[in-house]
Design a protein around this ligand. Structure first.
Ligand SMILES: [Zn+2]
Length: 384
């Protein structure tokens, strides 16, 4: 990655020898990567990010927390009770309607992920286990384990970019701390080691250490986010841009490469920023796209209020980070995510067909994301 050529309106990477070599290297890395078990996690995340995400990490975090906190009273069963409870909030992906494609995104990470729902969710998660008499004798620690497991889910989701309605029913605010990607092999592996060693040694120390490590890892994510934001400010300063709104988002599976988005005037600018744990940050030239005007009705809406309403719903879901896809202007994309980290190739978005019985179409390109992973792997290594 080279420093940016400041002020360019739209800057495509040069297709020189270095680029071709980077693509070749990326293909080799991608082929190797597919042989690792972690590849399964990547595939899952890349193909289904619009609904649920990474049940393995959620299950492991919930099991680790329950084992660390309640393991002394319940033994290995704490991990089991907590782990299963940690999966349940994502059952909200079952909510959907063909007549209303946006219903699914409205309800995913809503009440099942809210802080206020934790006692209810924890108790519901305990009920099947309480059918056994042996478990009923220990109902208090059992409910504690399922509640701890359930509680971890929404909190972890809030650390990602997608948006989690932690404060439902009091607020529809979508908490998104941008500290960790929807899936991160380091985070997941630490939890796996903690749970396995805890179960084998029958002690709570390994899961407690794993939890501490993961908390610190999230902290590093917060520091990395600030470092990437500093770089974003420098880029804008060098270009003479005033940032009216800016954010950086971790790219898939790492805390090194960040997608930077900022708005200046009526334009959105995207850059790829690489902040190695040690060493100087670098950034790509990036791309720009016209921001969507939200102070006037959407042109497609015309005399169809449902289209305008659905547009507002999508804008809320995307936290206002929306733009027309340059290659398909009829698609309004959630620009927080892009198939290429410094471009505007939305992973998902909406397309309106005013007058049709279902005027809103959910456009999902997440299946194409695997192609972009090869390039991302090269980005993480700093070879692009
Ligand atoms: Zn979730």
């Amino acid at each position: 990655m080279k420093s940016a050529e400041i002020g360019a309106r739209r800057c495509e990477p040069t297709a020189g020898a270095n680029h071709i070599q980077a693509v070749r290297l990326a293909r080799i890395h991608s082929a190797v990567w597919r042989r690792f078990p972690a590849s399964f996690l990547y595939r899952h995340a890349t193909q289904d990010t619009s609904r649920a995400l990474d049940p393995i990490t959620h299950g492991l975090l919930a099991a680790t927390a329950a084992q660390a906190l309640i393991g002394r009273r319940l033994g290995y069963r704490a991990a089991l009770f907590g782990g299963v409870a940690g999966l349940l909030p994502d059952l909200d992906v079952l909510i959907g309607s063909p007549a209303d494609p946006l219903l699914a995104i409205e309800y995913h990470r809503q009440f099942t992920h809210a802080l206020a729902f934790i006692p209810v969710g924890g108790t519901i998660s305990a009920l099947p286990w309480l059918l056994r008499e042996r478990n009923r004798a220990q109902w208090k620690p059992l409910v504690a384990a399922t509640t701890v497991g359930y509680a971890t889910h929404g909190l972890l989701d809030a650390c990602t970019t997608y948006g989690t309605q932690l404060f439902w029913p009091f607020s529809s605010y979508r908490a998104a701390f941008n500290w960790i990607s929807i899936i991160d092999p380091v985070f997941t592996l630490a939890l796996l080691v903690g749970v396995v060693f805890g179960l084998r040694k029958r002690t709570v120390r390994p899961p407690a250490i794993a939890l501490t490590f993961c908390a610190a890892y999230l902290g590093i994510g917060a520091v990395q986010e600030q470092r990437a934001l500093d770089v974003q400010r420098r880029i804008a300063e060098m270009r003479g841009h005033e940032i009216s709104r800016g954010a950086v988002f971790p790219t898939l599976g790492n805390q090194i490469v960040w997608r930077s988005l900022y708005r200046s005037g009526d334009t959105l600018y995207a850059n790829r920023i690489r902040v190695p744990w040690l060493g100087e940050p670098t950034w790509s030239q990036g791309n720009a796209v016209a921001a969507l005007r939200v102070d006037e009705p959407l042109p497609e809406a015309g005399r169809y209020p449902r289209v305008q309403l659905d547009f507002e719903r999508f804008r809320w879901f995307s936290d206002g980070w929306i733009a027309r896809a340059p290659k398909e202007p009829e698609v309004i994309g959630d620009v927080r995510y892009s198939l290429r980290s410094d471009a505007f190739d939305p992973v998902w978005g909406v397309r309106f067909r005013p007058g049709a019985p279902v005027p809103t179409e959910w456009v999902d390109r997440s299946a194409n994301r695997e192609l972009a992973l090869a390039a991302l792997w090269a980005e993480i290594l700093g070879r692009r």
